[in-house]
Design a protein around this ligand. Structure first.
Ligand code: CO8
Length: 261
């Protein structure tokens, strides 16, 4: 049973689909929605039956059109700092989920919506998706990690252009600059995300989890430390049953059968 007011959470064959469900406000993140996101992420992190998580938005028009501007309008500096810190914490928790996380981006992904998509591991965009960090047009900076994750994804020059101009770019341009992995016809983002999630779920959950940990950790430390961490994880794979199953299946010319994570 769905226990959330602004989210729909569905489980299909080891894949959890979290839909931001505030279509009247183009799925903008108000405080209640962000609190629910925090809750669901905590639950998913503990759920060993979930192999992959997908975030999407309700309807074809918007993934998430940003943080809720009406709620932010009258905030004091202290309230805004705390609001930003809370959003950053929720998005960091999404990034740190032990499972791979895919954003199925339908329509607008602006401000906090683009930041939510960037906290995911992989982004699949419908042709009508629109991305941007329009905060400078509202007199603010991004507050949920956008000024940091955008340059890491697309490089500092392109990120600064988007941050300074507040330009909104289409899915094709987002693909060209590396902000999204794939562009698909309108209405197919979730389907494509499910197909990719199914493929990921068929791989070794141990190996996939370690790949995510290695790639994430490596972005925050120097190359030598990152390579050393990879060696640790590579060694740990050989202490887990998936390596035996994967390599035995190869030698026996059959498909490997892995357990859940
Ligand atoms: N917040 C609140 N309500 C919104 C938002 C939003 N971000 N976006 C859309 N809505 C509402 C509209 O007000 C409108 O409501 P109503 O029908 O009651 O008037 C409804 O959704 C439909 O929107 P529009 O009528 O505007 O639809 P259009 O098709 O004309 O335009 C746009 C679509 C272009 C997406 C337009 O709605 C828009 O520009 N939205 C705002 C986009 C934006 O600037 N987002 C960034 C917000 S700032 C942010 O996310 C910062 C995150 C970090 C904050 C941390 C700070 C501490």
């Amino acid at each position: 049973m769905n226990t959330y007011e602004n989210l729909l959470v569905e489980h299909r064959d080891g894949i959890a689909i979290v839909t931001i469900d505030r279509p009247k406000a183009l799925n903008a993140l108000n405080a209640a929605t962000l609190a629910e996101l925090s809750k669901v992420v905590g639950t998913l992190a503990e759920d060993t039956s979930v192999q992959v998580v997908i975030f999407t938005g309700r309807g074809e028009k918007a993934f998430v059109a940003g943080a809720d501007i009406t709620e932010m309008q009258a905030m004091s500096a202290t309230e805004a700092r705390n609001w930003g810190k809370f959003g950053q914490k929720v998005f960091a928790a999404i990034e740190a989920l032990p499972q791979p996380v895919i954003a199925a981006v339908n329509g607008f992904a602006l401000g906090g919506g683009c930041e939510l998509a960037m906290a995911c591991d992989i982004r699949i965009a419908a042709e009508n998706a629109r991305f941007g960090q329009p905060e400078s047009s509202l007199g603010i900076t991004p507050g949920f990690g956008g000024s940091q994750r955008l340059p890491r994804l697309v490089g500092t020059g392109r990120a600064k252009e988007l941050l300074f101009t507040a330009d909104v770019i289409d899915a094709a341009e987002a693909f060209r600059i590396g902000l999204v992995n794939k562009v698909v016809p309108v209405g197919r983002a979730l389907e494509e995300a499910l197909a990719m999630a199914g493929k990921i779920a068929s791989r070794s959950p141990v190996a996939v989890g370690y790949c995510k940990a290695a790639a994430n950790e490596g972005m925050n430390v120097d190359l030598g430390s990152a390579i050393a961490y990879e060696a640790e994880l590579f060694g740990l794979c050989f202490a887990a049953p998936d390596q035996k199953e994967g390599m035995t299946a190869f030698v026996e010319k059959r498909k490997p059968v892995y357990g859940t994570r």
